[in-house]
Design a protein around this ligand. Structure first.
Ligand SMILES: Nc1ncnc2c1ncn2[C@@H]1O[C@H](COP(=O)(O)OP(=O)(O)OP(=O)(O)O)[C@@H](O)[C@H]1O
Ligand SMILES: [Mg+2]
Length: 520
């Protein structure tokens, strides 16, 4: 007889149904697992054997074969332990044979029969719910599974014995309830930052439109400080975004205690991060930092210190909002629509933009050029807003704290996001949520510059040799700001203030002039 248990294999954040078939047949005692298992799945044999013994059940001295179907789909991870053990228990009559039908099962076993938490319970529960099945999972993941649907049946147990007792009816387990992380009250506040009004304004514009932002400035100017306060002004995740973000966090095993949070992700990987750490993949396919930052912020501090190849791997996700990782025998895709916020010094010594600074390494333009050349032009072109953060003056530092803090800015950002949602919904594009996500064709219609604005853009493109991407990037934040003031067209007057400064900057560095155009 073959006992069957449903479980899942993860492909990106999708949970694909896998059928665990357990056969106990006459023959020499053996325990084989087939169906493209990886090392962790093969080791399940030892954990299952010990867990069954610890639960008072001995493995029959017969030939046990476990097949994980479909056999050509690679199986990774330790979550196959529980379905294999329950399949065996059903095969030897320790639980009723039909008890497991209508359930998707996943969980890792300890040698003592305990059930340890595993990654991916939320997508597994959503997959099970779509097939009208219930879920058997570790007790620690029950609250996470409960988010899939209020109707899904969930058996969240601490041990194999609890599951056996539940199905025998001697100790019925209650359904867990979804948990939410308490809102963190101790978020860093923009009120801590004295002066830096333009930088704070740029941060607000970036947060409102979901634009990528680069801050360039001397050491100690407050760039990292500004970025760290971004979470306090971003709006909370909408219910659909919450589910998307939590599915990625679940597959990465980053949901603590099964509780979800509506706070937007803020990821700040160190500049020594590898390609696999940033984009995902590796020995066991896992979402990388850019996917964990989905619908939130990816903060790259000291941008030029990152490996240039790693930085260039961001170009495709920045365009498409997803990343495809090729593995030896298949390919996985993770969502990666994030807001890139980066900070850097203008040169290796860090002080190139300070008035009167003379560089020990030679000519300042060569020092800045060498340092900034580590970031490729195409990546720079994708950054909508680029601002200079000048060193804060001593007179600014002795000022009393500013009256406006994160709460006031967050309220304006929330209004701007609502305006964008309504705009794209009215245009029949409900999947676009921010200006940054709008494709170029849509920008043409929603951000038409007036005659003066067009002339300014043309002059800027000719004088500063803007690339095709740059004028498009240049248009976004202006369009957004104009509309927030109730205007339909970007105002040329504000831009014209910017151009002379832009030209100066272009002569001083190799950064694209559109950056300065956007930023002022
Ligand atoms: N505008 C400001 N208001 C109050 N404190 C500030 C301000 N700017 C900088 N500081 C102080 O300076 C410290 C250093 O700032 P921060 O680390 O953000 O600088 P940075 O620009 O990231 O420098 P680096 O280029 O070296 O990384 C902060 O922890 C803060 O104490
Ligand atoms: Mg810093």
């Amino acid at each position: 007889m073959v006992a069957r248990v449903s479980t899942v294999a993860f492909e990106g954040i999708e949970a694909r149904a896998v059928d665990v078939q357990v056969q106990v047949a006459p023959g020499l005692p053996a325990f084989a697992i087939v169906g493209l298992p990886d090392k962790a799945v093969s080791e399940a044999r030892e954990r299952v054997r010990s867990a069954l013994i610890a639960s008072g059940l001995a493995l029959p001295a017969r030939r046990i074969t476990v097949n994980l179907a479909p056999a050509d789909l690679p199986k990774e991870g330790s979550h196959y332990d529980l379905p294999i053990a329950l399949g065996l228990m059903a095969a030897i009559g320790a639980i009723p044979p039909d008890a497991l039908s209508g359930f998707t099962v996943l969980g890792e076993l300890g040698l003592d029969g305990s059930i340890a938490p595993v990654a991916g319970v939320l997508p597994a529960a959503i997959g099970a719910n779509s097939r009208d099945e219930g879920l058997i999972c570790p007790a620690a993941c029950g609250a996470e599974a409960a988010w899939a649907s209020p109707d899904i049946q969930i058996v969240a147990a601490n041990s194999l014995i609890q599951i056996a007792n539940h199905f025998r009816g001697t100790q019925v387990l209650s359904r867990p309830s979804p948990k939410v992380h308490e809102a963190e009250a101790n978020l860093l506040d923009l009120r801590d930052i004295k002066g830096q009004e333009s930088a704070k304004r740029a941060l607000e514009i970036a947060a409102a439109g979901g634009h990528h932002l680069l801050m360039i400035g001397s050491p100690g100017a407050g760039k990292s400080m500004l970025a760290a306060r971004l979470p306090s002004i971003l709006p909370p995740l909408s219910p659909s975004e919450l589910l998307e973000v939590s599915m990625i966090a679940s597959v990465a095993g980053e949901i603590e205690g099964g509780a979800l949070t509506a706070r937007r992700p803020f990821r700040s990987p160190h500049h020594s991060a590898s390609m696999a750490a940033l984009t995902g993949g590796g020995m066991r396919a896992k979402p990388g930092e850019i996917s964990l930052a989905h619908q939130g912020v990816l903060f790259l501090d000291e941008l030029p210190e990152f490996d240039p190849r790693v930085l260039d791997s961001l170009r495709q996700p920045l365009e498409n909002g997803e990343v495809s990782v090729s593995r030896a025998n298949h390919r996985v895709t993770y969502p990666a629509r994030f807001m890139l916020v980066a900070a850097m010094n203008p040169c290796r010594c860090g002080h190139a933009y300070e008035p009167g600074y003379s560089c020990k390494r030679g000519r300042i333009d060569r020092c800045t050029g060498d340092y900034q050349a580590r970031i490729s032009g195409p990546l720079m072109d994708r950054i909508d807003l680029r601002i200079e953060v000048p060193a804060v003056t001593a007179s600014d530092l002795i000022l009393p704290p500013p009256t406006e803090g994160s709460a006031e800015v967050a309220a304006r950002v929330a209004v701007a996001r609502d305006v964008q949602l309504a705009r794209y919904a009215a245009a029949g594009l409900p999947h676009i949520r921010t200006n940054a996500e709008a494709p170029a064709s849509v920008l043409e219609t929603i951000a038409q510059p007036d005659t003066q604005g067009q002339k300014l853009l043309r002059d800027a493109a000719e004088t500063m040799r803007l690339s095709r991407l740059s004028p498009r990037a240049a248009r976004r934040p202006h369009a957004r700001r104009s509309r927030r003031r109730g205007e339909n067209r970007p105002a040329a007057s504000r831009r014209s203030l910017v151009l002379p400064r832009a030209r100066r900057r272009c002569q001083a560095s190799r950064l694209s002039p559109s950056m300065v155009l956007c930023a002022a």
